[in-house]
Design a binder for this molecule. Structure first.
Ligand SMILES: [Zn+2]
Length: 314
């Protein structure tokens, strides 16, 4: 019987699960619909059958690691932020769930931090102990590794709020209550409102799309749609501006960019490199800017690393 860990990446739209051995090799995976909107407690109970099916009779589950989008108290294993997608997540006893069903330990960490650890151990961050990770997805997530240590801070906010760094104090109110956050200017959730602020936006093919995505913004822009081009440029400027602030704050050796929007990395990475070169205090050889390598399971591999060092001393 193989001893395995279970990694769970709870996104806003998909839940990714994988069994991993202690070397973070992925043995089996399962992807399911998040059905965010259900309470966290309900959603976890629903996962039990899927998890038992994944483990089967040939594996023995030793520990669970959950990567979650929100502010996480790593020590007491609690979700702190209340505006996340799963209602009542902040009131749910998550380690109690693992104890009740399998009598095993559980860890939970912010998804950007987990992805950073995965990239550090198994992806484009290998061999580098000072890393800033920025994920561009529904919002903009960030995490920081300094001298080989994950930066967490007294309230678990440190390095995590890149998307809510204000780059315009006169800007729009964000879903967090602050004004002019990077996410109000460039995120999937604010895409439609940002489209509607561009004059003559109705002339764009984007306007006719049912669900607006950055993928279509980049595609329409390269097909010559002027409105899409404006939206694309505004987004690239907003991300660059936020990223330069983060680079100044943490002065890492390497910036790793991940998240679904990096499908368009050929356009995003050169733009950000140029802006960093033009606008930052960093020397020309300052910070290497690269795309994430382990795009799908970095978060799960990061949770495997945490289980190894925090609980099993592997
Ligand atoms: Zn905000």
């Amino acid at each position: 019987v193989k001893k395995v860990y279970l990694g769970i990446d709870m996104g806003g739209t998909r839940i990714k699960m994988a069994l991993l051995n202690k070397n973070a090799e992925i043995l089996r995976t399962k992807d399911i619909d998040a059905q965010a909107g259900l309470s966290m407690e309900q959603r976890l109970e629903d996962l039990v059958d899927d998890i038992n099916g994944l483990v089967g009779s040939d594996c023995k589950l030793k520990g669970i690691g959950i990567a979650f989008p929100g502010i996480i108290d790593f020590e007491s294993k609690k979700i702190l932020s209340k505006y996340v997608k799963y209602p009542n997540a902040h009131k749910t006893d998550i380690p109690g769930w693992a104890e009740k069903h399998w009598r095993i330990p559980l860890l939970i960490e912010n998804d950007a931090r987990a992805a950073l650890l995965g990239e550090w151990q198994h992806g484009s961050g290998k061999g580098c102990n000072n890393i800033l990770m920025v994920t561009l997805g529904t919002g903009m997530g960030s995490a920081v590794l300094l001298n080989g240590q994950l930066l967490r801070g007294r309230n678990y906010l440190a390095g995590n709020l890149g998307g809510h760094m204000s780059i315009d104090f006169q800007g729009e109110i964000c879903n967090c209550g602050n004004r002019g956050c990077v996410e109000t200017l460039a995120s999937t959730w604010a895409l439609e409102e940002n489209l509607k602020k561009i004059p003559n936006y109705k002339s764009s093919i984007l306007y006719k799309e049912e669900t607006l995505s950055f993928k279509s913004v980049f595609t329409c822009a390269s097909n010559g749609d002027n409105i899409a081009e404006k939206l694309k440029l505004q987004s690239l400027e907003a991300w660059s501006s936020g990223i330069i602030n983060l680079l100044h704050a943490y002065d890492p050796e390497k910036l790793i960019l991940g998240g679904g929007i990096l499908e368009s990395k050929e356009e995003i990475i050169p733009f950000i490199r140029k802006r960093v070169w033009e606008y930052s205090w960093l020397p020309d050889s300052g910070t290497e800017i690269v795309a994430a390598e382990q795009t799908k399971y970095a978060g799960l591999q990061g949770m495997c690393y945490l289980l190894n060092i925090e609980i099993f001393n592997n």
